[in-house]
Design a protein around this ligand. Structure first.
Ligand SMILES: C=C(O[C@@H]1C=C(C(=O)O)C=C[C@H]1O)C(=O)O
Length: 128
């Protein structure tokens, strides 16, 4: 696999058009990121409702077979790297830690997530 290109040069202020274009593109990227964040918040809410319902029926919070299908869905849409995205999405949406709603700059809540951030899901499987 080829290495990702890394530009060490500072952005060239002598190219104002290119700079303006980059700024415009970055605004579009930021808008998309905001939409992705909002969708992930909604996904996490729905996911927690499913988990709560299952726990209410004395089931487990985690459903490995369903998670495999979620990974497959991301892989079919995004290629092999999609599985990494799926791993991050599942990590975010699984309950047990602070909810995504507590994420607004709440360092204490973020600390509580550290145990889940070691690259392994709660089934002990690595998602890296
Ligand atoms: C939401 C569910 O519960 C958990 C969360 C999942 C998810 O966020 O996609 C998938 C499987 C479960 O580990 C579910 O079983 O559908």
């Amino acid at each position: 696999m080829s290495k990702p290109e890394v530009t060490s040069q500072p952005e060239d202020a002598s190219q104002p058009l290119a700079e303006a274009r980059i700024a415009e593109l970055r605004r579009s990227i930021d808008e998309i990121d905001s939409a992705v964040i909002e969708l992930l918040r909604r996904r996490a809410q729905l996911s927690r409702q499913v988990q709560k319902a299952r726990i209410g029926q004395r089931g487990a919070r985690i459903a490995p077979a369903r998670e495999d299908r979620v990974r497959q869905h991301f892989r079919s849409g995004l290629g092999t790297k999609g599985e990494h995205v799926a791993g991050a999405v599942l990590l975010l949406c699984r309950g047990g830690g602070p909810s995504v709603a507590a994420a607004n700059g709440d360092a204490a809540a973020a600390d509580g997530d550290a145990a889940a951030a070691d690259g392994n899901d709660t089934t002990g499987r690595s998602y890296r």
